[in-house]
Each structure stands twice: as C-alpha cells, then as structure tokens.
Design a protein around this ligand. Structure first.
Ligand SMILES: *Cc1c(COP(=O)(O)O)cnc(C)c1O
Ligand SMILES: [Zn+2]
Length: 422
C-alpha cells in the first residue's frame, strides 16, 4: 500500500454537488449531510502557476500529461496500460455527406480495450491504490467490464465485474479472458448498479463507478484536454457526445471550462449536444419536455453500453445542454444502425452501437439545420464496432462465387475488364 502514494496534483478535496459541503480526498462518494454526489475540487492558484501548454507537451504520451488537472497520478506514468492520445481525425467525407464543412472524429476505439472507459478506469484504479484498496470491482454496461478486468490484470489486482446477463457476447468474452471474477446478473444495468451499491457498503473493494465514482468521472475530462491540444489549443464550436449516466458528457464540458478558466485556450465553451437511444432516452425525454427532473425508464435498445435507465448525472447533463445552447436528442434503432454504416463508409472508423447513436444525432442536427455552415464539430466515437457485431451482422452480405473468372464476372456484373485496364 505504501508504494502507491502517487504524485501530488492540483486536487485539494471533495465537495458536495448539492449543498457545497467539503471533505478530504478520501473514499467518500456521498455527502454526509445531504447524500448528494461529490466531486473533486482543485487549487486554482496552483493550477494557474503550474499548468502551461509547454508543461503539458513535456509530459508523457498518455492521459498523465494532464495529471495536475486530475485527482491523482502515478509516480511512474509508464506503469500499467497506456491510455489516451487517441486520434482526432478530420472527416471531410462525412461532413460533405451531411452538408457540413468541418467535422472531426475523436476515435476512442484506439484505447487499450477499445473504448473511452480506459480513461476513467485508469484514474479510478490509481486513486483506489492510493487509498489502499487491493481489489477493484464495477457495475458495467459492457465496456467498463472489459476495461476494469484488463487494467486489473496489467497491475496484478484482483477484480470482480458485474454485468447484466443479456450483454453482447463479444463484450462478455473480451472481459472474462483477463481472469476476473465475472458475474452476470439477471436484470438491467440499474439492477446491477443497485446490487453493487449494497455490496460496496461492507466490502473493502473499490467499485470504480460506485464508491470511487468522484475520481472515476474526472478521467473523462482528459477527452476535452486532448481535443483542445490536438486542435492546436483551440476549441471546437460544437461537440456531439453520447449519454449513459451523463458523466462523460458533463465532464467533457467541465474539461473545456477549466482550460478556458486557466487561460490555456481562448473563446467560448462549445455547444454540447447529447446523444441517447430512443429505447433508453430518459435525459433526452426530460430535455424535450423542458423538465427539471429525469424520470427513470426501463431500457430496450441495441445501444447496450448506453442503457442506463436511471442516470446518476442526468440533471447535470440537462444543465450542460441548456447552458451551452445544446440539445439532447434520442434516435431510433434504425438510425443507430444507419449511423454505424454512415461513419464506417465515410471515415473508415467502425464503431459500436453507442457511436451509431452519436453519428445519428449528428445527422439529425445537420438535417434540422442546427449546425452553422462554418462550425467545427467534434464527434466523440466512444467504442469499437467489433464489440457489437450482432447489431449490424445482417447488413453485410458477401458475393459468394466459385473460384473462376467467369463466375466472378457473372456475379459482380458491374465490374468489366475494360474498366480495370483503362
Ligand atoms: C459508458 C459509455 C458511454 C457514456 O457513459 P456515461 O455513463 O454517460 O459516462 C458512452 N459510450 C460508450 C461506448 C460507453 O461505454
Ligand atoms: Zn451535501
């Protein structure tokens, strides 16, 4: 335990998001007074003195280059799986298809377990070790499962991973292989989460998204930092981000506001568009109805990684959408599948269903005329298509032939030798 003290960062304490009560940086996740959720607070003067574009550029090629802006950091940033610095690629063919001019894809499939969850797990596990935990656990909609199991394997920690039993087979296999204890629960994610809250109460385990959640969610801020750095320390005009619990969406926004506050970038905070599936769109429904509460739903969608019916950060997500002039849209199952295909055909990036949701919302916004002609838009593609093959399997049909030129020419009628030799 002593060897995991970690290096100092700008983090100074925890604060209740409801009543403002402050606590030390310990293993707390709910306010002792009002049971509100806690978040990490930073020493702004320390950050203003310490963090510059140059200090970040001189850091390691991973999320730990932003360590000062995170709740914790390893003494050795090369230990464990390297996370972050995923490609931010221009998508001119996607932009053209949608009548837009400047679209970029933040490709999070490039992380070690092929989703953005590696960022939050990296931070949560570092903090868990600093707090003396020897076992990690999580309640997962799929990608968190694989990430926790992999990161635990990389540093030799024991892990318990709880998933809804109806998860995609690809995600179940890609989790169990790391040697974790994999528990499939007959129920929805919300049932799994409730069970984990009960288990966390009397076990000395760090449930990354339950009892160390304030630290976990900070990891998502690195997506904002990276976006700005990769755009040459400028901000996009608009971001499209998927919403499950609402943590990623609200923390990307937070990351941008921190950079502006510290003078590391100029300009205003981007318009934040949230993306949900209609089959599990409680935050989109509240946004649409103009409500100040999020009514829980029972999920029924192929976008299983976004299938949280009772989102912990739903209210905060509503604030971000309204505060930035954004929206939270929900798209149908057909639009999700079309979104996966659209992104693949125009960018070469193959996303899981969550990215189909995000791409479909971008298309909606474009068709609705919400996006100005010169706007720079960043699309956050949070997970890999190989994780959700069943969702699109029926779309792909190879041309089956015998191994003869004649059969090939008969089957693939539009290809002529003339075209090939021209
Ligand atoms: C977990 C997840 C999200 C968003 O999760 P939040 O709970 O809203 O932070 C988005 N995309 C994928 C692929 C995910 O696994
Ligand atoms: Zn409180």
């Amino acid at each position: 335990m002593g060897q995991h003290t970690g290096r100092a960062t700008g983090a100074r304490g925890l604060r209740c998001k409801e009543c403002g009560e402050e606590l030390p940086l310990g293993a707390s996740y709910a306010c002792a007074f009002c049971f509100g959720p806690l978040e990490v607070v930073y020493d702004r003067d320390y950050l203003a003195r310490t963090v510059t574009r140059e200090s970040i550029a001189a850091g390691p090629p991973s999320i730990w280059r932003y360590a000062d802006l995170l709740p914790c950091a390893p003494d050795d940033p090369t230990a464990g799986l390297p996370v972050g610095l995923s490609p931010l690629v221009r998508a001119p063919r996607l932009a053209e298809r949608l009548g837009l001019s400047d679209v970029w894809v933040k490709n999070e499939t490039a992380n070690p377990t092929h989703s953005f969850k590696d960022r939050v797990v990296s931070v949560a596990m570092q903090k868990a070790r600093e707090l003396g935990y020897e076992v990690v656990a999580c309640a997962s909609t799929g990608n968190l499962a694989q990430s926790v199991a992999a990161h635990a394997a990389a540093v030799g920690m024991q892990s318990y991973v709880f998933i809804p039993a109806d998860l995609e087979p690809q995600k179940i296999i890609a989790t169990g292989i790391y040697g974790c204890t994999l528990v499939a629960v007959d129920g929805t994610y919300d049932d799994v989460n409730r069970l984990c809250m009960e288990l966390a109460a009397d076990r000395p385990w760090a449930f990354v998204n339950v009892n160390v959640r304030p630290y976990y969610s900070e990891g998502s801020k690195t997506l904002a930092y990276e976006t700005a750095e990769q755009l040459g320390w400028t901000l996009p005009d608009r971001c499209v981000v998927p919403i499950a619990s609402g943590s990623l969406y609200t923390k990307i926004h937070r990351g941008f506001t921190e950079l502006i506050d510290l003078g590391l970038v100029e300009g205003g905070v981007p318009v934040m568009n949230g993306a949900q599936a209609a089959g599990c769109g409680p935050v989109a429904a509240a946004f649409e109805a103009g409500l100040d509460f999020v009514a829980p739903v029972r999920p029924d969608t192929i976008a299983k990684s976004l299938a949280i019916g009772n989102p912990a950060d739903g209210l905060f997500a509503l604030d971000v959408a309204r505060g930035t002039g954004g929206t939270i849209d929900a798209v149908t199952e057909e639009e999700i599948v079309e979104g996966i295909a659209l992104l693949a055909e125009t960018t070469g990036v193959f996303t899981e269903t969550a990215g189909g949701v995000t791409t479909a919302v971008l298309r909606r916004l474009a068709e609705r005329g919400d996006i100005g002609p010169d706007e720079r838009v960043v699309l956050y593609i949070t997970g890999d298509g190989l994780k959700t093959l069943d969702a699109i399997a029926s779309r792909v049909e190879p041309v089956r032939i015998q191994p003869t030129v004649a059969d090939f020419e008969a089957a693939v009628a539009h290809t002529t030798t003339l075209e090939i030799t021209r």
